[in-house]
Ligand binder design. Sequence first.
Ligand code: SMG
Ligand code: MG
Length: 368
Amino acid sequence: MRIERVRLRRISLPLVSPFRTSLGTEYERSALVVQVSTPDAEGWGECVAGADPDYSSEYVEGAEDVLLRHLVPRLLSAETVTAHTVGPLLAAVKGHRMAKAALEMAVLDAELRSQGLSFAAGLGAVADRVPSGVSVGIMDSVPELIDAVAAYLAQGYQRIKLKIEPGWDIVPVRAVRERFGDDTLLQVDANAAYTRADTRHLARLDAFDLLLIEQPLDEEDLLGHAALARGLRTPICLDESVVSARSAADAIALGACHIVNIKPGRVGGYLEARRIHDLCAAAGIPVWCGGMLETGLGRAGNAALAALPNFTLPGDVSASNRYFATDITEPFTLQDGHLTVPTAPGLGVTPIPAALDRATRTTTELHR
Ligand SMILES: CSCC[C@@H](NC(=O)CCC(=O)O)C(=O)O
Ligand SMILES: [Mg+2]
């Protein structure tokens, strides 16, 4: 395909409620929407980098800059581009995986739309709906947490993930386990808030029959996670540490994880996400689809990805209203605790122009 034009929209969507993690509190979602125009189809992508470089080194202004000055020009000057050649075309630019992922996602969307193929068909989905888990932030009190979890379970969510940090871990997890019983699927996510010195403290979480403990230590501390895995019964899951198939293979070889949270934006795109899925399947490592508070665009791609065969644990692919009162696409809604995998060509969704305009703060366009 020949890329004629790329349009970047910086958007902002208010969150329905503050989302607090060990990294801080978010009140609105800043993101970048990428629109790629080709003679055959338009393609849409979403950059998941947040407002601040706290989850990873990427942040929305930095992603916008590297897209405009280094990544998009490389695609506009190429004679033809396919989703599979985006990676090699951009390889000379080091890092910036979330920015690259957004561009590859838009090219993949345009390519699949022009072929009349859905993301699900293009990626190899084997299910037409996926179970939805939900991520629950750190709250001001245990009663407030209990009320929030009760509401999510009443909506049908299949799995509860609790954000934890030192000072908010054992007590809230015990309260949720005791209030909602042993059958509730429960896991925690520390966003790297602990250190190797916390092993004995984290081992106290073994009492609560958790599915996993997500990213307890620093993203670069694979040996620390391997040591922690030897000290705990609860499986270790990595998120921030896994940025590519290579890093997934290294983490598995070192015994640093039993489970992997796959996020297409974090690993450089849906194609690398599939490579990680396949590598984990070969190693007997189950995976699930993580979330980065995506709009309906990323949510659509993630629902398709989560339908691949080795995504055997409920992911953070929630309904749109978990975060947004109004999404920029038709909202994803929970049906019996599941999201339906889109079947229309490409992502299967497109932004609603009025909603996209309302969310747009700036628009920048680059042409061939
Ligand atoms: C720092 S908040 C974004 C990253 C976080 N994501 C979630 O907790 C799920 C967010 C979602 O439901 O999209 C994670 O570390 O897994
Ligand atoms: Mg996480």
